[in-house]
Design a protein around this ligand. Structure first.
Ligand code: 13P
Length: 288
């Protein structure tokens, strides 16, 4: 059964490790992430962007697939199904469809409007036992057409949003979605420290997990990050493994064109990436 991300993230914050949010795109992605989490006894969050939700034909399909898969695969570790960077309307649809967690990305609204909409969602999520992520200070890069500049959040605004009763808070600290440019300045630990001090026990969320050097990930966790989002890295490893399979001409040998064979190396590659991240984030064995 899907669970809210609240308990797993509060435990992670207290235990100084982070739970990975891995974004899903289809059946292979979902299967690879769930099986890895179960094998490694790690809690996990399945992220679904609005674009990926649409791609999978809608949120109800996603809920049906994930619930069915958890039952058929006997997944017993805590799993949250989470809307990533949701609009207000997207949040409503996911609440209705049976997600266990949502992110309302009000970072592009003036702070008062972000507060107003977040407040409404805090109330609904509390009634439904769902977790809610809010965002302050947009995350840079491009994700499903949403473009952010990678600004640093204002710590006072973070406190204002955290005090509304959200479950976890994404604060921009110079992180961006996708690959980091060569001239990237790195995470702003000064901002993270200030946000952390003002928001106390609130689990903080680090978006744009792809390509952040290991030492910066570890430092971010030590300063209160308890959820780290990874999307692009799984896409890159899936694509590289699939490319290798085709370039080696394996699709032309025997029944190598069968999608169950063609997509297998990519699926294994996602598993390896998820495992590597869970090791780095320290979440292995935390679901025992
Ligand atoms: P990456 O694609 O950079 O890993 O970012 C994922 C993310 O933050 C999803 O919200």
């Amino acid at each position: 059964m899907l669970v809210s991300a609240k308990e797993m993230l509060q435990k992670a914050k207290a235990g100084k490790y982070a739970v990975g949010q891995f974004n899903i795109n289809n059946l292979e992605w979902t299967k690879a992430i769930l099986l890895t989490a179960q094998e490694l006894k790690s809690p996990v969050i399945l992220g679904v962007s609005e674009g990926a939700g649409k791609y999978m034909t809608g949120y109800k399909t996603v809920v049906g697939m994930v619930n069915g898969m958890m039952e058929e695969l006997n997944i017993t570790v805590p799993v949250a199904l989470h809307l990533d960077h949701g609009s207000y309307e997207g949040c409503m649809k996911c609440i209705e469809a049976g997600f266990s967690s949502i992110m309302f990305d009000g970072s592009h609204f003036p702070i008062d409007e972000n507060v107003e909409k977040t407040t409404e969602l805090v109330k609904i999520c509390a009634e439904k036992g769902m977790s809610l992520e809010a965002e302050v200070g947009s995350i840079g890069g491009e994700e499903d057409g949403v473009i952010g500049k990678g600004e640093c959040a204002d710590p006072q605004e973070c406190k204002k949003i955290a005090d509304l009763g959200v479950t976890m808070l994404a604060a921009g600290i110079g992180n961006i979605h996708g690959k980091y440019p060569a001239n990237w300045e790195g995470l702003s630990f000064e901002t993270l420290q200030a946000v952390s001090e003002l928001t106390g026990d609130m689990p903080l969320v680090l978006h744009g997990g792809t390509g952040i050097p290991e030492d910066q990930i570890k430092k971010a966790i030590s300063l209160g990050v308890a959820k780290i989002n990874v999307n692009t890295e799984c896409q890159l490893s899936f694509a590289a493994a699939t490319r290798k399979y085709i370039e080696e001409g394996k699709d032309l040998q025997g029944k190598g064109f069968d999608p169950r064979k063609l997509l297998a190396p990519g699926t294994e590659a996602i598993k390896a990436t998820v495992k590597e991240k869970m090791e780095l984030f320290g979440s292995i064995g935390k679901a025992e």
